[in-house]
Design a protein around this ligand. Structure first.
Ligand code: SF4
Length: 278
């Protein structure tokens, strides 16, 4: 563990949400944005978001549609709604300050175990197991000798067994995440640059391949996800609410577009039946 912490000191990326003077709100926003979007695509929107809404109160004072519109191309726009809901709850329950404890964070709408643990650790220095896909992959390889355990009680217990006592815990969380992101990557681990290569069971075993997934990987073109993204982008680009017929016809498969509009409405991402707006 000491080796991973030392490696992090010299190799970590200089990311703005890791600066010492960053607010808990800025860290919370980064954690939500980073959940399903790569770092490079988050940097610009994160900066713009915090310039516009530097506090939870600033976001809570605007309609949720503004958050969805500002989410841009980050993908999975439900996260924008969840952030807005969390901002409102922070104002109502905590006087506008992001709460410090894991339990209080977990009680906010839309925050799950990972985000609550990450914010408690990175914003407030608390000791929590923070398990994202990078951490899970690293401990799976070092300790269990497999390419990557699925999220499970076993993988969680394994991650817990690495949690240091005391003040090293947040440092270990971010360092092990970074090791997974930069060195122990999913497809091309750079074991020659790894600070714990000699301890790694998976590496010693010759890096056996993971069992093949039986689920075929979904393409992107023509998926409901692509359609939903295109519909939201059309609404963002429009200066005014758009007639439903125009929106539906803007997509190559109007039936699919109609169905996707209904799911976006059901999730609260759209307003108005016809015309439709964010
Ligand atoms: S030796 Fe390779 S597989 Fe093992 S933890 Fe390091 S980078 Fe990952």
């Amino acid at each position: 563990m000491r080796r991973v912490l030392a490696w992090y000191e010299s190799a970590a990326r200089d990311l703005p949400w890791r600066q010492p003077d960053v607010s808990p709100w800025a860290i919370l926003v980064s954690e939500v944005m980073l959940q399903q979007t790569p770092v490079a695509r988050v940097l610009g929107p994160w900066t713009a978001w915090l310039e516009r809404w530097p506090t939870p109160a600033a976001l809570a004072a605007e309609p949720s549609a503004a958050a969805v519109a500002a989410w841009g191309r980050l993908g999975y726009p439900r996260r924008a709604l969840r952030l807005h809901q969390a901002a409102v709850a922070i104002v109502e329950r905590h006087g506008g300050d992001v709460p410090r404890t894991y339990e209080e964070l977990l009680a906010l709408p839309g925050l799950g175990d990972y985000t609550a643990a990450a914010v408690a650790s990175f914003a407030f220095g608390a000791r929590h197991v923070v398990v994202d896909t990078n951490v899970r992959r690293v401990v799976s390889r070092i300790d269990a000798g497999v390419a990557e355990l699925r999220p499970s009680a076993r993988s969680r217990r394994l991650a817990e067994s690495y949690l240091p006592s005391g003040s090293d815990a947040p440092g270990w969380a971010v360092a092990s995440m970074e090791l997974g992101a930069l060195v122990c990557t999913s497809r091309s681990p750079r074991c020659g640059a790894c600070p714990v290569a000699d301890l790694c069971v998976w590496n010693a075993a010759g890096r056996p391949a993971a069992a093949q997934s039986v689920r075929p990987s979904a393409g992107w073109n023509g998926t409901d996800r692509q359609c939903r993204g295109a519909l939201l982008q059309a609404l963002r680009d429009a200066d005014a609410p758009l007639p439903r017929s125009v929106l539906v016809q803007s997509w190559s498969d109007p039936g699919q577009a109609d169905r996707c509009l209904a799911t976006l409405e059901a999730e609260g991402l759209l307003h108005g039946k016809d015309p439709v707006t964010l």
